[in-house]
Design a protein. Structure first.
Ligand code: AMP
Ligand code: DBH
Length: 572
């Protein structure tokens, strides 16, 4: 692997303006015309937007329950009414169709009316996670040129209004909309509440949306530097979750438990909350994924399907045997986000009494599933096969040549729901996409007969910590900001529970006093980033290896540090 150019972290808004469009920063996503025509012909892209989808669902399933979150139960009809009201409210605030709106919401029912409201208003959500903090949200706002932020008042002891106040210091015009107690900000509940009878006569006031345009932006876990924004169109994304719903056996009687953060691509779309809604099923939001929270919900709502990352699946398998809750309604457990080892996979059916479905996906597009009726051997030992027969998968060697069947190689892919470019990232785009439009996933896979993939590892330098991807480079940059730090390298260390944990190797400045590891961690956390990115371990070393020609590549350095650490651990 060649060393990637380091992005300019200090200037996240650096983008090439496009003079041809009025909104130069508007996200775009386009496929070559011949492929777009093919995807339409084959019925993948149906020309339905999220707004039209919700209207259709409300017409077909009106009184049925769509969303359960805490005490709130919304029918499909309720959801449409609330979303239309929100849409008018957003527009009344002066937000123009096409504008980006960062949405940072936990697993609460209000997620759905607020997001569908944005879709109906032609606004473009940018999904942040509840764990993100000042630095990350500021980056998303700057990179997307967002005009508004939608948050909850507070959640799990964190006050998101305080964060919004901080952000407003940098982005004075930022509109902040709060679900809950709004304080000085705009209350979501007041949006579009223009008095009795208003909704009927205003019903035609919402803009038309072109389904081939960008609907929202997801966040990439990021292999280098800061998270990149992933523009997904209505057509492509709706196809991915509509087909996922079929593959995952969803029917209107299904009940999907959203235990992972709803804004994450996996619980959002694989098949996720949108896949469930797309067939008229019921979505139940769990405030967190702990067995103590989720198990009572499974029993009370008769949950049939959910999705977890491997460490949580392990936790559930540990908790299930002794628990007093009736989990017998559970039919399918999707596990993905990181590699689920076969030994653990084999225990799912015996301990939880349901079918395991391995899910290997990425917010950039391609999603693979084991099929529910696959032989147990395939379910346990592979990460599934692609959704679509038009998902093109290449497994390539170091020279870019296809490997022999069954050999490990780099996974490249393109298809009807895999992006062709990140938003405003010329350097990353040149690196991550081939000239003929394949996405270089960075994953190492083996392809078995039938197209089943087995994930072997990956090429890039990120840490996959319980399904959360952490860019080594991003954390190294934060460490370098510490006055006592001369150099830093962050690597992944295999971890029995998390899959991987992060370890920061730090060289202290000559003359500086060596800080305590806890102080280094506190410093990184204090930089305003998500807690999951704070290094799990800090190891001080006297110097980093260099070669005769100067500094060795960071990838090599990280690999060496990791190898030395593992050797020392093994010798203990
Ligand atoms: P992101 O691009 O941030 O959405 O993260 C997607 C990445 O997560 C993939 O490219 C894989 O590296 C990893 N991943 C997702 N699901 C699995 C899985 N089932 N097994 C192994 N790795 C996975
Ligand atoms: O890890 C992921 O990003 C992921 C995992 C499973 C994903 O995006 C998905 C399914 O859609």
């Amino acid at each position: 692997m060649t060393e990637a150019p380091r992005p300019d972290v200090a200037r996240p808004d650096m983008a090439l303006p496009d003079v041809a469009t009025p909104d130069a920063a508007a996200p775009r996503q386009t496929w070559p015309a011949d492929l777009a025509a093919r995807y339409r012909e084959k019925g993948y892209w149906r020309g339905e937007s999220f707004g039209t989808l919700l209207r259709r669902l409300a017409a077909e399933h009106g009184p049925r329950i769509a969303v359960v979150g805490g005490e709130t139960r919304l029918s499909y009809a309720d959801l449409l009414t609330a979303a239309e009201q929100a849409a008018r409210g957003y527009l009344a605030l002066g937000l123009q169709p096409g504008a980006r709106v960062v949405v940072q919401l936990p697993n609460i029912a209000g997620f759905f009316p607020s997001v569908f409201g944005l879709f109906l208003a032609g606004l473009i959500p940018v999904y942040a996670l509840p764990a993100h903090r000042r630095t990350e949200i500021a980056h998303f706002i700057a990179r997307s040129d967002a005009k508004a932020l939608v948050i909850a008042d507070s959640w799990e002891g964190f006050d998101y209004r305080a964060l919004a106040r901080e952000l407003r210091k940098e982005a004075a015009g930022l509109e902040v909309i709060v679900i809950g107690e709004a304080q000085e900000f705009t209350s979501f509940a007041d949006l579009g509440a223009s008095g009795e009878g208003a909704s009927d006569q205003d019903a035609g006031a919402l803009p038309e949306t072109d389904p081939s345009r960008v609907a929202f932006m997801q966040i990439s876990g990021g292999t280098t530097g800061l998270s990149k924004l992933i523009p997904r169109t209505h057509d492509d994304y709706i196809y991915s979750f509509r087909e996922s719903a079929v593959i995952c056996g969803l029917t209107p009687d299904s009940v999907y438990l959203c235990a992972l953060p709803v804004a994450h691509n996996f619980p959002m779309s694989s098949p996720g909350v949108f896949g469930a809604l797309s067939v008229g099923a019921k979505v139940v939001l769990s405030p967190n994924p702990a067995p103590a929270t989720a198990f009572p919900l499974i029993e009370a709502e008769r949950v049939t399907i959910t999705g977890l990352v491997p460490p949580l699946a392990l936790l559930w398998m540990q908790a299930a045997p002794g628990c007093t809750h009736d989990l017998s309604s559970l039919e399918v457990l999707g596990v993905g986000g990181a590699k689920f080892i076969p030994e653990a996979a084999a225990r799912v059916r015996p301990t939880l009494g349901c079918t395991l479905q391995q899910v290997f996906g990425m917010a950039e597009g391609l999603v693979n599933y084991t099929r529910l009726d696959d032989p147990e051997e395939i379910i346990i030992s592979t990460q599934g096969r692609p959704i679509s027969e038009d998902d093109e998968v290449l497994v390539l060697d170091d020279e870019g040549q296809p490997v022999a069947p069954g050999e490990a190689g780099y996974l490249h892919t393109r298809g009807p729901y895999t992006i062709r470019a990140y938003h405003n990232e010329p350097a990353a785009n040149a690196r991550s996409f081939t000239p003929d439009g394949f996405y270089r996933t960075g994953d190492m896979v083996k392809q078995l007969p039938g197209g089943y993939l087995v994930v072997q590892g990956r090429a890039g330098d990120h840490i996959n910590r319980a399904g959360e991807k952490i860019s080594a480079e991003e954390i190294e940059d934060h460490l370098l900001a510490h006055p006592a730090v001369f150099d830093a390298a962050v690597v992944s260390i295999p971890d029995a529970f998390l899959g991987e944990r992060s370890c920061a190797f730090v060289v202290v400045n000559p003359g500086a006093e060596r800080p305590k590891p806890a102080a280094v961690k506190a410093f990184v956390r204090g930089r305003g980033i998500a807690a999951f990115k704070v290094p799990d371990e800090v190891v001080f070393v006297t110097e980093f290896a260099t070669t005769a020609v100067g500094k060795i590549s960071r990838n090599k350095l990280r690999a060496e540090l990791r190898a030395r650490y593992l050797e020392e651990e093994a010798a203990k």
